[in-house]
Design a protein. Structure first.
Length: 276
């Protein structure tokens, strides 16, 4: 007879060390908390160490695991290597990497500029984090996973706009972050590339027992104005935007042995948007 908890244990992350980049962000906080609640020791990695450390201390106290906040710029190879070495020294061999950091650049006006006037500097600045950052962190962590022989799970946050083109008609009158918004081409391009990187690494590292999957959220509600919410929701089969907490089940699934036969895939959490 099998035990009643036989399958529940598949989701258990006790004793595993995880890195979450962009861990202080809107979604990153939910991702870190979920991994910690399922037993992982989590390195909260983000630009500002003080903020990441404060959150990591909160998680350690509430979830009873060792968490660590580290300041790191994922677009800087030296910063990435130092971060991974510190995680390994303080929390042990990394078994889970959630490559999740992304940027809207240092200038929101430039980020949301129309394509005809888009600055090459802003394009490069966004790519340096959204794509190069994923490469640099996956390279540093994956090399160690391949060497320690324990296998691992790498999850990379893409976006529905890495899969579908944005419907330009929904943006008129749409505000967020105190300004009119759109989805710029650099964002869709960087996220499509993340999905390509995931597939490549999945086949490349399969023989090392390292699984690599993308997690694709669609529009999550985080302070957009009513016009945007209504226009966006009208396109979604479930009729609404998502809540950040609705992503964590997919993350824990991908991070854990529950998805042990899954690699190179893109798990889409979009309220059905891509189904029609
Ligand atoms: N929120 C959504 O609706 C949504 C939808 C689809 C995909 N996503 C993706 O989900 C992920 C998380 O998004 P979010 O909504 O939490 O965004 P967010 O801006 O709140 O979080 C991103 C985090 O990345 C950090 N970051 C930026 N540049 C960095 C760098 N160079 N080095 C290290 N950290 C850096 C930021 O400080 C921030 O904490 C992103 O990859 C985003 O593209 C979000």
């Amino acid at each position: 007879m099998s035990s009643p908890s036989q399958y529940r244990q598949l989701f258990d992350l006790t004793g595993r060390t995880a890195i979450v980049t962009g861990g202080s962000g809107i979604l990153g906080r939910h991702f870190c908390r979920a991994l910690a609640e399922f037993g992982a020791a989590v390195a909260v990695v983000d630009l500002e160490e003080a903020q990441a450390s404060e959150f990591a201390a909160e998680l350690s106290a509430e979830c009873g695991v060792s968490c660590l906040g580290i300041g790191c710029d994922v677009s800087d190879p030296a910063s990435v290597n130092a971060m991974v070495e510190r995680v390994q020294a303080e929390l042990g061999e990394v078994r889970i990497l959630h490559n999740n950091a992304a940027t809207k650049s240092s200038d929101l006006n430039a980020f949301f500029e129309r394509f005809e006037h888009y600055s090459h500097e802003t394009w490069r600045e966004v790519m340096a984090v959204n794509l190069d950052g994923m490469f640099l962190v996956a390279r540093a962590v994956g090399a160690r996973m391949a060497a320690h022989g324990l296998g691992g799970s790498i999850i990379q946050t893409a976006s529905i706009y890495g899969v579908l083109a944005p419907d330009q008609r929904i943006y008129e009158g749409s505000w967020y972050l105190d300004r009119e918004i759109n989805t710029p081409a650099v964002y869709t391009t960087s996220k499509a590339a993340v999905i390509g990187l995931t597939r490549h690494l999945a086949t490349y590292w399969a023989e090392k027992g390292i699984r690599v999957n993308s997690l694709t959220p669609a529009g999550m509600e985080s302070g957009q104005n009513t016009t945007f919410k209504e226009r966006y929701s009208a396109r979604v089969p479930l009729g609404r935007m998502g809540q950040p907490a609705e992503l964590v089940g997919a993350l824990v699934f991908l991070a854990s042995d529950a998805s042990s036969y899954m690699t190179g895939q893109n798990l889409i959490v979009d309220g059905g948007l891509s189904a029609w």
